[in-house]
Design a protein around this ligand. Structure first.
Ligand code: NAI
Ligand code: UGA
Length: 444
């Protein structure tokens, strides 16, 4: 302990280390500091740590820069590559490193278990080791085993899955719907409940359970949300076959209190770093025990088809894509992030290029990420209108706010032919037709 106090919340808050300073770790570290705790963020990426020390945030996440800068200035938040020193200086150590998809679809635990081993080697007394990364059921036990081999000091292993969404991460973390704490001993559970007390003043429940249940909560929640999306994408397909309007169907279905409105928007399929890999992982660890999670097989399959949907629509309506110029609005997997992991835009753009089209793309935040994927195989416009210069059609892939009410006359002037393929159903078909555009959307 840095000041000899018992672990837990004192006048200075809790001493915390967060290992892994990515989309989750940086938000978690900054927000715990915001609530008065003393946080050291650790990452092996030297450039990232250097940049953070200079106050440069490596990702785009609304509101994060302000929280990081304030807490760094007030010396509650610091950054390092030295894991051992950070562990020694902390009572609670969060593991927030990546758990990418392995070749067989399982979550690759090499980073999590490697960090657990390094933490154990650095221990100098009782610590709570908290797994924040999304990990399959049974991982807490694996973490315990790895650590027991390396240290004689006592420790608690806690599973504390994270439910934040990119683009709203700071808000989601500061005002969670619930906090899940998986703990197999009371000491760890009590310290974690105390740590989260300031986040649950508005009445959000802290749910304490065994580690296995906590680990499964995360996958069940993500898989349920992914299921709703694939379900509505299938409803949209049926709407197309019968000339029904998926917007009207969605609103009516959503108004049932038992169903609710969230995550029922049809589109170009779900992307991001989590739904695709987490659906695959739950399928895999269910199958490992001989259980076939059939619904999720379908969810995955529907999503893979849906990612190609806009491309198929363009191929069908424009006849040939060879030699055509397509303006693409939106590259990130969702608005308010620069992240393109598993983004539908990748499938769509690769398909367009393969078919011989030229792509002029615009995204408010994701150009740097996109350059690492496409290099100069596409062009990056300075604004939404520039992406339409001489375009034979617009493909709207991500529903950034700035695309919702564009200057249609200006768009038309820029385009070769005024055709819009809307992958997110953000425009009203009648209104667009009145502006003189030919308009195609999903399930309407
Ligand atoms: N991105 C999201 O919105 C959410 C992600 N999660 C889960 O949180 C975990 C982390 O995800 P992201 O933050 O998106 O990943 P990320 O890839 O953005 O960040 C991971 C960070 O860990 C660092 N790292 C890797 N090995 C390390 C080591 N040995 N020591 C120190 N640092 C190390 C990397 O350099 C990187 O900065 C994953 O399990 C993910 O499924 C959970 C909820 C939301
Ligand atoms: O485990 C995670 O990493 C996180 O995964 C998702 O968060 P995130 O991937 O950041 O973004 P979402 O808002 O869930 O969107 C995921 C994808 O679904 C798509 N989506 C979402 C909602 C909808 O109605 N339709 C739809 O196609 C989005 O466009 C996006 O591609 C979950 O919402 C978070 O609760 C969870 O913590």
């Amino acid at each position: 302990m840095r000041d000899g106090r018992a672990p837990g919340r004192g006048e200075q808050g809790v001493k915390i280390a967060v290992v892994g300073t990515g989309y989750v770790g940086l938000v978690v570290g900054a927000c715990f500091a915001e609530n008065g705790n003393d946080v050291i963020c650790v990452d092996t990426n030297v450039d990232k740590v250097k940049a953070l020390k200079r106050g440069k945030i490596p990702i785009y996440e609304p509101g994060l820069e302000e929280v990081v800068k304030r807490n760094t200035a007030e010396k509650r938040l610091s950054f390092t590559t030295e894991l051992a020193a950070a562990v020694k200086a902390s009572d609670i150590v969060f593991i927030a490193v990546g758990t990418p998809e392995a070749e067989d679809g399982s979550a690759d635990l090499k980073h999590v278990l490697g960090v657990a081993r390094d933490i154990a080697r650095a221990m100098d007394g009782y610590k709570v080791i908290v797994d924040k990364s999304t990990v399959p059921v049974g991982t807490s036990e694996k973490v315990r085993e790895v650590m027991r081999k390396e240290t004689r000091h006592p420790f608690s292993v806690v599973s504390n899955p994270e439910f934040l969404k990119q683009g709203a991460a700071v808000d989601d973390f500061l005002k969670p719907d619930r906090v899940v704490i998986g703990a197999d001993d009371e000491r760890g559970a009590a310290l974690m409940t105390e740590l989260y007390a300031p986040f649950t003043r508005t009445g959000a429940p802290v749910m304490v359970m065994d580690c296995a249940s906590a680990e499964l909560c995360k996958y069940a929640a993500n898989a349920m949300l992914a299921t709703r999306i694939s379900f509505m994408n299938e409803v949209a397909r049926v709407c197309e076959l019968y000339g029904a309007n998926v917007d009207q169907v969605r609103r009516a279905v959503a108004s049932d209190n038992r169903i609710g409105p969230s995550f029922l928007f049809p589109g170009v399929g779900y992307g991001g770093s989590c739904f695709p890999k987490d659906v695959k992982a739950i399928l895999k660890f269910s199958r490992d025990k001989g259980y076939d999670f059939r619904i999720l097989d379908a969810v995955e399959d529907v999503n893979a088809q849906q990612k190609k949907k806009l491309l198929q629509m363009m191929k069908q309506r424009l006849r040939s894509l060879k030699g055509k110029t397509i303006g693409v609005w939106g590259l990130a997997f969702k608005p308010r992030t620069d992240d393109m992991r598993e983004a539908p835009a990748i499938t769509i753009i690769e398909g367009l290029l393969k078919a011989g089209a030229t792509v002029q793309a615009y995204d408010p935040e994701a150009h740097e990420t996109a350059r690492r994927i496409f290099g100069n195989r596409i062009t990056y416009a300075r604004n939404a209108y520039e992406a339409l210069k001489g375009a034979d059609a617009l493909a709207l892939v991500t529903e950034w706010n700035e695309f919702r009410e564009p200057d249609f006359a200006r768009m038309k002037k820029r385009m070769n032919t005024p055709i819009i393929f809307d992958g997110r159903n953000i425009y009203k078909p009648e209104a667009i037709a009145a502006q003189g555009f030919t308009y195609y959307s999903i399930g309407r």
